[in-house]
Design a binder for this molecule. Structure first.
Ligand SMILES: *Cc1c(COP(=O)(O)O)cnc(C)c1O
Length: 425
């Protein structure tokens, strides 16, 4: 959410919360997450078999995943711990999709044990998978397609152009891989791609669906295999900047349905499910990183130092990403001060905003950094001995629940448990 008016809390509410939970912290809204999930499912209700496999990496918190499961989502996992998270909240079998790359054997083994959908990233993973599973192959297999030069992507896309991306099989390899897997006894197939991330162009999701559906028709005919689903990947963008608008989901689903009718129904290869694995648009807008101004500095530029740092939200430092900032209680004050809003890490890119016009900030002011709910807390790290913050959830009943406590120095030292060490922490 990209405007000062979008907050789901008031300044007095935050003041109250900080009496129990000191800043910085992430604050999610259960109500908004549920409403958005319902909106996504409603728009896609015209698309056969739709399911969103929430990309766990965007926001790996079991409490939020539980909410998403109640709203009908599955989980897209790309590591062993992510699979365990999905398992912990009771997700089973094909509710879990495992889309990893450069995958270690133990992850294939875990995915197989869970009965999850395995999405292979490369043709050479076929013998690797077989060996990892002691000669077995799953009944259902999915392949990740990389269209390479056949498809260009948007500027500012985090993934980059498909041709330079490390993911997926080429078109020719896909035909070959399906042939091999058919011979090995695979009964059902899936076709996946993930071309764009944070894409706000509604047309591009329709183009992706058309591309995959065309391929399904061609491979079904040429190789004689049965496709169970296509997975359009994630990547639905969110408007981070004030001038951006959200993706028109109804436009997307009308386009996808039309392509399905023209390609799948017309060629009599129905039924085929169309699924996605969005992460960002599911949790991103419904969390704010709440922090407090603790220092001001007047040198060659004006700096406001806050008590959060890039360990709590790395996107601005990592990609120069824009995150809207609201100074609580000053929403309507003139934005006539130009600041760099910075964290305390000994890295000069630890800045939440550069040359941002904001109201005058006084020490102690509470600051809300918007759209922190995807690839936000999740990218946290401990460089410079910085600790990850708490995650709080504003429940639908208005109560605030801590859904992950803040790290302590004990957590930071927890892996120093060397036998015989003389130093005690
Ligand atoms: C990151 C990722 C997603 C989710 O992307 P969003 O931009 O968060 O929707 C989905 N699938 C794969 C394979 C990913 O790597």
């Amino acid at each position: 959410m990209n405007s000062d008016k979008d907050l789901f809390f008031t300044k007095p509410q935050i003041e109250e919360i900080t009496k129990t939970y000191p800043t910085p912290f992430h604050l999610y809204s259960e109500k908004l997450i549920r409403e958005n999930a319902k909106k996504l499912y409603k728009a896609f209700s015209i698309v056969p078999g739709f399911k969103n496999y929430f990309a766990v990496k965007a926001c790996p918190n079991v409490y939020l995943m539980q909410i998403l499961r109640e709203e009908g989502m599955g989980f897209d996992c790309s590591s062993l711990p992510e699979m365990i998270l999905a398992q912990k909240i009771g997700a089973k079998g094909e509710e879990i999709m495992v889309s990893s790359n450069n995958t270690p054997a133990i992850e294939f083994q875990k995915a197989f044990e869970l009965g999850a959908i395995i999405n292979l990233d490369d043709i050479t993973h076929i013998p690797f998978l077989e060996e990892s599973l002691g000669g077995k192959v799953p009944e259902l297999i999915c392949f990740r397609y990389n269209p390479g030069p056949l498809r260009a992507t948007a500027e500012g896309n985090v993934i980059g152009s498909p041709q330079d991306a490390k993911y997926g099989l080429t078109r020719a390899q896909l035909f070959e891989a399906c042939k091999i897997m058919k011979q090995k006894g695979v009964k059902r197939f899936g076709l996946h791609t993930m071309i764009a991330s944070n894409d706000l162009r509604k047309e591009s999701f329709v183009t992706t669906a058309e591309m995959l559906l065309d391929l399904v028709v061609e491979i079904s005919k040429e190789v004689g295999v049965k496709f169970d689903f296509i997975n359009l990947g994630g990547g639905i963008g969110i408007p981070y900047k004030p001038e951006q608008v959200e993706v028109d989901l109804d436009f997307v689903t009308r386009g996808v349905k039309k392509a399905y009718d023209e390609k799948i129904l017309a060629n009599k290869i129905a039924p085929l499910k169309i699924v996605m694995e969005n992460g960002r648009m599911v949790t991103g807008p419904f969390d704010y990183l709440i922090t407090r101004a603790i220092h001001e500095k007047h040198i060659y530029k004006e700096y406001i130092g806050v008590d959060a740092c890039m360990a709590n939200l790395m996107r601005p430092a990592l990609y120069g990403a824009y995150h809207h900032i609201t100074v609580l209680g000053k929403e309507n004050a003139p934005h006539d001060h130009k600041y760099d809003v910075v964290g305390s890490l000994c890295e000069n890119n630890d800045k939440f905003a550069i040359d941002r016009m904001l109201p005058e900030i006084k020490m102690g002011d509470l600051i809300a950094i918007h759209n922190a709910g995807a690839h936000g807390f999740a990218m946290g790290f401990n460089y410079n001995g910085k600790l990850r913050s708490a995650e709080l959830l504003l429940r639908e009943n208005g109560k605030v629940e801590m859904i992950r406590r803040a790290e302590t120095t004990q957590d930071y030292f927890a892996t120093y448990n060397f036998p015989g060490a003389k130093i005690k922490f």
